[in-house]
Every structure is written in structure tokens, then in C-alpha cells.
Design a protein around this ligand. Structure first.
Ligand SMILES: O=C(O)[C@H](O)[C@@H](O)[C@H](O)[C@H](O)COP(=O)(O)O
Length: 284
């Protein structure tokens, strides 16, 4: 297993993190839209229709988000900003809990109430959520969501894995990421883009999740982690990658493309060894 020096954005006081995460997201948005525009304009060999289609597809910012406390941080950081081009965003879910959207447990439901419904921009982002009619059939639900990804990431153009421009992920105290749980068989999935999770150790038991290959293939992966309850797991992820926790697998698998936004409390246990880390924003 490779050892990498994690990039950690560390905050002595967490109230600044929503803004810092938002700055990071806007930088990623601008870079993606600018680069993709340049790329699609130079695709001169394509026919006019193909060029138009490709341009429409490529000049979008493709983001996947997980649930939990991340949603509130995104709401705090993103809603008041004017430099977010919501109309060019395609928002997917890294995982979803199979409960009605009206439930407080629903990732889409929470994101809708906290963020999507409050976007004042005239042009809204495209939101890709699960099919609520398939809640009782986890496999069908996962297959349908994978089909949605295939349609939008054009597997027919021999795309082997979808490449999100940005993943925004939380990390749970047990080290699970999206809905990939430690030692759960879904962790070993190598081919599917999206799978059903049943008997999840954290309720609700039924979920769907993007798989490790998809998470590790993203252009940029961002973890946002706060609170003292996360301190032990942050230490384990940073210092014991051989334990193979889901978050460690993504941290290693996307090495060089991963950034962590971690508050002071969650860093308590690694501060003693902080010289090992590259702190981009440190204690000043
Ligand atoms: O649906 C889920 O369970 C989430 O997507 C999950 O992966 C979440 O990101 C972590 O559990 C962290 O959640 P907290 O930030 O709320 O601790």
C-alpha cells in the first residue's frame, strides 16, 4: 500500500470551515468549467451535432455529495455566494438511504430542504436522485441509479468509470464513506458503479452507494470532518491505512487528488504527530 502525505486543511476554530470548503469548491468549479470549455471547443474533428452534444456534456460541473453533517456545511458555505454557477452543476449522490424523501434520514430530502430549495439563482442545478418508487427494492434502485450515471457519463463512449469533477464526502466514526461500511461485501465490488447495501450497520439498513472504483476515479475528492467523536478515526485513517477502512481505501486510491477539511477537535489525536502532515491552513 502506498504511503502518502495527506493534505489537511486544519482549522483551530471550525466556524471558518464552511467558507474554506466553499472557496475550495468554487476553485474546482472554475477550473473544471474553464478546462472543459477549452477542451470541447478544440474538438474540431467532430461533426457539428456531436460537437454541440459534447460541449453541452462537458461544460458542466459534476459533483457527488454524501449525507450527514456535510449538508449543513455546504448550506452555510454555498448559499450566499454569487460565484457559484448553479446552472452548470450536475449534482449526484455518493450514497442514499432507502427511505422516503420526506424522512429526515433521506440524503436527497435533507439536501433539498437545506440547499436546493433555497437556491435563489434563476437557473437551478440538475439534481440526480434515486427513484423514490424503488425504495423497497435495493437492487433495482441501485441498478436504476447506475443507469442514470451511464446515461450521463456516456458509458457508450467507452467510459469505463464515471469521473466526477468533485466528490464531497463525510467520514463516519467507524470509517465508513458514502455507504461503504468496514468489512461489508460491497467494499470489494470492482465492476458495478453503484450497488445496493443491505444490513448496513448504521440505520437505515437499506441503502445504495457508489463503489470504491468510482470514488477513487474522481478528479478531486474532498472530505469534510468535524467533531471530537471523529478524532480516533482520523488518526487511524492517517496513520493506519493498512487497516483498510473504507475512508482509508479512498484516501489511498485517490492519492494526490484528496483534500481533507478537518476541525481542531477531530484532529486532537493527530496533533501530537502533526509534523507528518502537510497542513495547508494551519493554526494561525
Ligand atoms: O448516508 C450516510 O450515512 C452518509 O452519506 C455517510 O457516509 C456520512 O457522510 C457519514 O456517516 C458521516 O456523517 P456525519 O458527517 O453526519 O458524521
Amino acid at each position: 500500500m502506498t504511503t502518502t502525505v495527506p493534505l489537511i486543511y486544519a482549522f483551530p476554530e471550525f466556524h471558518g470551515v464552511a467558507e474554506a470548503v466553499a472557496d475550495h469548491i468554487v476553485a474546482a468549479q472554475n477550473m473544471t468549467l474553464y478546462n472543459n470549455l477549452a477542451k470541447s471547443s478544440s474538438a474540431a474533428s467532430l461533426g457539428a451535432t456531436a460537437r454541440k452534444e459534447r460541449k453541452q456534456r462537458e461544460t458542466r460541473f459534476k459533483v457527488a455529495i454524501s449525507g450527514g453533517s456535510l449538508i449543513k456545511i455546504l448550506r452555510e458555505g454555498l448559499l450566499d455566494r454569487e460565484d457559484i454557477e448553479w446552472a452548470k452543476w450536475d449534482i449526484y449522490f455518493a450514497d442514499e438511504r432507502l427511505v422516503p424523501f420526506s424522512s429526515p434520514e433521506s440524503n436527497y430530502g435533507q439536501a433539498k430542504r437545506e440547499i436546493f430549495d433555497r437556491i435563489t439563482a434563476e437557473a437551478k442545478p440538475n439534481i440526480y436522485h434515486i427513484d423514490e418508487a424503488l425504495l423497497d427494492d435495493p437492487d433495482e434502485c441501485a441498478d436504476a441509479y447506475e443507469k442514470c450515471l451511464i446515461d450521463n457519463f456516456a458509458r457508450k463512449d467507452s467510459v469505463k468509470l464515471p469521473m466526477f469533477d468533485l466528490l464531497l464526502l463525510g467520514c463516519a466514526p467507524d470509517g465508513h464513506v458514502a455507504s461503504l461500511f468496514p468489512q461489508h461485501p460491497t467494499l470489494r465490488e470492482q465492476h458495478a458503479w453503484c450497488v445496493a447495501v443491505t444490513e448496513a450497520p448504521k440505520p437505515p439498513a437499506n441503502r445504495i452507494t457508489l463503489t470504491i472504483p468510482v470514488l477513487c476515479h474522481a478528479h478531486r475528492v474532498t472530505f469534510v470532518v468535524e467533531g471530537a467523536t471523529k478524532a480516533p478515526i482520523i488518526k487511524t485513517i492517517m496513520e493506519r491505512p493498512e487497516k483498510g477502512l473504507p475512508s482509508s481505501i479512498v484516501n489511498d486510491g485517490a492519492a494526490g487528488r484528496v483534500t481533507w477539511f478537518v476541525d481542531d477537535l477531530a484532529l486532537t489525536d493527530v496533533f501530537v504527530t502533526k509534523k507528518k502532515y502537510k497542513f495547508l491552513i494551519s493554526e494561525s
